[in-house]
Design a protein around this ligand. Structure first.
Ligand code: PLP
Length: 445
């Protein structure tokens, strides 16, 4: 890896300290006023471990668009995931970490010409398509590319639909597109789909894998030898959510339709799964307004220093729902309240209705599960800065990372780490890191 240091140093937590304690310490330090994030690297590592346990055959290619913080990318690169990039900017970000271009899938079915040229020049040769004009473009710009046809298969329950924009019909469009690819002499190597982001309909993966098998068979009938199945994104990542149901459906469908791992390599493009719960956001109440009803306070409006033009853009773009948690829960009587962002726009509302304790100006409101589709889109509109990220890891994670990552001790800030901790500690349960970290050596697509 080329990287020599992270954008933010990783704070190593001692056994008595958890993320909430860190949030509390920063918030109540007396010097903190801006909103800030705490990112727990251990949460990302534990997600990876869970993925490897639950879907051992499926190689995750993290969707960079979801959260492109350098810390996230560096850790995932070290754990050995691949990457799903949507643009040359994302490709550059990943390649700058020293990741082998063969670990990247350029998973955008509609790519600007300059981005295809860029991918060709840098050896990112696997890319998706779902239309004929893309095939002609790729023929002229990168005829040696390895192509993956994206089919449409929509989940019935999703947080964000994608099918209206991408994915060809497996029955009415895919056969024609494959014939065009064949007539152009292009190398189609497999099939991809994305059932929709934040999928609440696990059986959609079964239907999609069955459709993909049908398209594999069409490819075979045309003389292609498909060997890559990309089952896209859609896996939930919030605290308390689970990929168990999806994993069960995926594993069953793979056994039924693609039983031989030697013949078909299976990858996925998880985004929110890896990062959603790893980021906690702390916001500060800088103003408040009490709306009277006679002698009573009917409603309190709290104004915090992050809003829909910042981190909470996810309310608009990602259809996210957020829960305000007062940092000090003991504050007393609950009052109907709303929470507003800091800009002068009336649209900038974070929570429309909630029962919250009466809080003074200067108090903190915390939001969990803020890692997905928040930071990459946030803007400093109205002059309010995008919150800074504080990165933490517990000691076992630190011991693992410092061996896996291209980091020096300068990248870590140590607490009271006992010198006698064993290297290679287990992470979040049984099995040492070697059991589930994919080796750093590149794996060709
Ligand atoms: N792959 C592609 C092509 C996407 O467009 C997206 C999200 O929009 C993802 C993967 C990540 O999806 P998720 O965050 O639901 O896992």
């Amino acid at each position: 890896m080329k990287l020599t240091h992270l954008d933010e140093r990783i704070h190593v937590l001692d056994a008595e300290t958890d993320v909430w304690k860190v949030v509390q310490d920063i918030a109540e330090s007396g010097v903190q006023e801006e909103a800030f994030y705490v990112c727990d690297i251990g949460d990302i590592v534990r997600k990876h471990k869970e993925w490897k346990l639950k879907m051992p055959r499926v190689e995750p290619h993290y969707a960079v668009k979801c959260n492109d913080s350098l810390n996230v990318l560096v850790v995932l690169a070290a754990l050995g995931t691949g990457f799903d990039c949507a643009s040359k900017g994302e490709i550059n970000k990943v390649l700058e970490l020293g990741v082998d271009p063969r670990r990247i899938i350029f998973a955008n079915p509609a790519k600007p010409a300059s981005h295809i040229r860029h991918a060709a020049a840098l050896g990112v040769d696997t890319m998706t398509f779902d239309n004929e004009s893309e095939l002609h473009k790729i023929k002229s710009l990168f005829p040696a590319a390895k192509l993956v046809i994206r089919i449409r298969c929509d989940a019935a329950v999703v947080q964000c639909q994608l099918g209206m924009k991408f994915g060809c019909n497996a029955v009415t469009e895919a056969p024609h597109l494959l014939k065009v690819a064949q007539s152009l002499g292009l190398d189609v190597v497999g099939v991809s789909f994305h059932v929709g982001s934040g999928c609440g309909d696990a059986p959609a993966f079964y239907r999609a894998i069955a459709s993909a098998k049908m398209v594999f068979d069409i490819g075979t009938s045309l003389g292609y030898n498909f060997h890559l199945l990309d089952i896209g994104g859609g896996y939930p990542g919030n605290k308390g959510s689970s990929i168990d149901k999806i994993a069960e459906v995926v594993n069953t469908a793979l056994d039924e339709y693609f039983p031989d791992p030697e013949l078909v390599r299976v990858i996925a493009e998880p985004g929110r799964y890896y990062v959603a719960s790893a980021f906690v956001l702390a916001t500060n109440i800088h103003s408040k307004r009490e709306i009277p009803n006679g002698e009573e306070v009917a409603h309190i409006m709290y104004y915090i220093n992050d809003g829909v033009y910042g981190s909470f853009n996810s309310l608009l773009y990602d259809h996210a729902q957020v829960t305000p948690i007062p940092l000090n829960a003991h504050l007393g009587k609950l009052v109907p309240s709303s929470v507003w962002g800091p800009t002068c726009d009336g649209l900038d509302q974070v929570v429309e209705k909630a029962l919250l304790p009466v809080m003074p100006v200067g108090e903190w409101i915390i939001f969990e599960d803020m890692g997905a589709y928040t930071l990459p889109v946030a803007s400093p509109f109205n002059g309010f800065p995008v919150p800074k990220v504080h990165v933490v890891a517990d000691q076992s994670i630190w011991f693992m990372l410092k061996d896996l990552l291209p980091l020096t001790e300068d990248d870590f800030v140590m607490g009271n780490t006992p010198a006698n901790l064993r290297i290679g500690l287990d992470v979040g349960g049984s099995g040492s890191i070697q059991d589930w970290a994919i080796p750093l050596s590149p794996r060709p697509v």
